[in-house]
Design a protein around this ligand. Structure first.
Ligand code: M6R
Length: 608
């Protein structure tokens, strides 16, 4: 979840390290730091909080080294303080780390007994002292790292600098992504948690595989596998754009990304739909879709809610049973999986640790693996048998918006393709559903024109302590997504509930101070939800209805009614995602929180 970078250059690297870290700040932003080698000695600057604090520190205390490593942190072991900020170092070694060293306590005890003095609460510092200890035995840097890596348990991406070594950096990857960037000529090499970090410097990158470690010099790199054999990993052209950290005319990345939805959904649709024939085309899954016994879906957070919508679609339209679970639960459940089954994973980043672990479990248990991912070079994409890409482009705001609606778009296409293969959807029905999907970008464009209306509602919500979201059927996952979105960026407590469950407990919470946001398209369940709204109204609850229904359809007083364009019910989860995003966004703006980088969170969760 942290971001790491490394640069070897013929000029001072501090400025470029900070530039690269800015592109990785989405991975964590509790503290940041860089280290360089100057006149053979390790030097570092660190600062608690956002990257700008480190930049300020560097203005008054610049670094001049031509080789350096950098880090932006999401705290796991040890609070977010300068003392725990990376790089960690001894007089001989400096390390930045993403991941968790599981056996750090055992290593710390052993190294402390051997005379090493620890200065932080982090697991990373054990790596510093372990390598220093090996150097102390007379080993060179490469041998010392090789010996140390054998002792580490857990997940890590590491970048390591050595005092007295002005042309050597060592990188290692196990469970956390790491990419080498090939610079111009023979004078520059780069390292980063992802290709986005390196985009301003190079588009030629090499992805390290699990267990790989590499020795980087200005003239190139040598990669070794976990057994210490030199291996070839082919360089590839990265699609990451150097221009991505641009908010355009928007105040926040989240707002920009909400507004990008008509375009990126169009791109995603164009990928799956043959517009001339009105047919869906998905990649060959290498399995007979007509006889698939079950689809197993797993994901985390917002991606999980996209998967939950897909369960409703797949069961309804393709008549295939779907099992779905959050990845952090499924990975340990030892769930029995059917022969010939498909396991489908949904992830924006493609690096979420729990989702990846569940993918590996399903693969080991004979499932055909399909992954709906946004980052096509990610680990999940590379380990899947088949990738169903979302074409959302880079999503920088921590709160997922356009990635979610693109996930829904890809999953809707998957459900149609499955239905066609099984004969539950005929050609005419496929065309009807495809036509409905093609209209989504236009409807979202219309929805966005109503944005000014959200401000008054946001002011009201910002005065609440708790907010309840209700939805039925395919709108139930939307209710949970709405609550998650509000929680994560406004810090207001919110819960998403199945509307029918209201009377089994949560109704006790309803009073005149409780806003209840009801996601209720005019579908075959609308009348049922009307009954639930009346139950809320009878207890004084303040109802905010998100619906294409007329004002009087609820049969009770509404505090607010957000009108959604009338469209085919199949596409309602995609259209109803937009109001819940705008509600959360405007509430967070009113509350003055850090919308794009909310507290305690990180964009990509690469630890358990
Ligand atoms: O990269 P992923 O899609 O695998 O991430 C999954 C969740 O961490 C993510 O959706 C998270 O819940 C978002 N912050 C929600 O807005």
């Amino acid at each position: 979840m942290c971001g790491i970078v490394g640069i070897l250059s013929s000029r001072p690297v501090a400025h470029d390290l900070v530039d690269a870290l800015r592109r990785l700040e989405y991975r964590g932003y509790d503290s940041a730091g860089i280290a360089t080698v100057e006149d053979g000695r390790l030097q570092r600057r660190r600062a608690e909080g956002k990257l700008r604090n480190l930049e300020t520190r560097l203005l008054s205390e610049p670094l001049q080294g031509h080789i350096g490593i950098g880090h932006t942190r999401w705290a796991t072991h040890g609070g977010p303080s300068e003392r725990n900020a990376h790089p960690h170092m001894s007089a001989r070694v400096s390390v930045v780390h993403n991941g968790i060293i599981e056996n750090f306590r055992e290593l710390k005890a052993e190294l402390t007994a051997a005379g090493h003095v620890f200065e932080s609460d982090t697991d990373t510092e054990a790596v510093v002292h372990l390598i220093t200890h090996e150097l102390g035995k007379g080993l060179g840097p490469v041998e010392a790292v090789k010996a140390s890596l054998k002792r580490l348990r857990g997940a890590f991406a590491l970048a390591i600098l050595f005092a007295g070594e002005n042309d050597m950096m060592i990188a290692a990857r196990l469970g956390s992504p790491l990419v080498i960037g090939h610079g111009n000529g023979n004078s520059e090499m780069y390292l980063g948690s992802d290709a986005i970090a390196l985009a301003p410097f190079t588009d030629t990158v090499t992805y390290l595989e699990e267990g790989d470690w590499a020795v980087l010099q200005r003239t190139g790199s040598v990669i070794y596998d976990r057994d210490g054999n030199a291996v070839e990993r082919p360089p590839v052209k990265s699609q990451a754009s150097a221009l991505l950290v641009d908010k355009g005319n928007h105040r926040h990345f989240m707002a920009k990304e909400i507004y990008e939805q008509p375009e990126v959904i169009s791109h995603t649709l164009a990928h799956y739909i043959d517009m001339s024939e009105g047919r869906v085309r998905i990649p060959d899954l290498g399995i007979d879709l007509a006889s698939v016994p079950r689809v197993t879906i797993s994901a985390c957070g917002t991606a999980y809610y996209a998967g939950l919508v897909a369960k409703y679609w797949i069961e309804r339209f393709a008549r295939v049973p779907v099992e779905i679970d959050i990845a952090s639960e499924m990975r340990y459940r030892e769930a029995p999986l059917p022969e010939g089954g498909i396991a489908l994973f949904v992830s924006q980043s493609g690096e979420t640790a729990d989702t990846l672990a569940t993918l590996r479990y399903c693969k080991a248990n004979g499932q055909r693996i399909a992954a709906v991912v946004n980052v096509r070079t990610s680990t999940i994409a590379r380990e899947a048998d088949v990738v169903l890409p979302t074409l959302a482009g880079p999503e920088i705001g921590v709160a997922s918006t356009k990635a979610f609606t693109c996930q829904l778009t890809a999953l809707a296409c998957f459900a149609i393709a499955l239905g066609r293969a099984r004969g539950t959807i005929d050609e005419a029905r496929e065309r009807e559903l495809v036509d409905a999907l093609i209209e989504v970008p236009r409807h979202i464009t219309d929805e966005l024109t109503t944005e000014p209306r959200y401000e008054a509602l946001a002011h009201t919500l910002s005065k609440s302590h708790d907010v309840l979201y209700l939805g039925r059927g395919v709108s139930f996952p939307l209710a949970m997504e709405g609550a998650l979105k509000l929680k994560e960026i406004s810090y207001l407590h919110a819960e998403g509930y199945a509307a029918g469950e209201l009377k089994h407990g949560p109704i006790a919470l309803i009073d005149e101070n409780m806003p209840v946001i009801v996601v209720a398209p005019m579908d075959d369940l609308f009348e049922k939800t009307v009954s639930n709204m009346q139950e809320v109204a009878a207890r004084g609850g303040k109802i905010v209805l998100i619906s294409n229904a007329p004002d009087d359809a609820a049969g009770c007083a509404l505090a607010n009614h957000i009108q959604v364009p009338t469209a085919h019910v199949f596409t309602s989860p995609i259209l109803y995602a937009v109001p819940i995003q705008l509600i959360a966004y405007h509430t967070a703006v009113v509350m003055g929180t850090d919308v794009d980088q909310p507290r305690n969170l990180a964009k990509s969760v690469t630890v358990e």
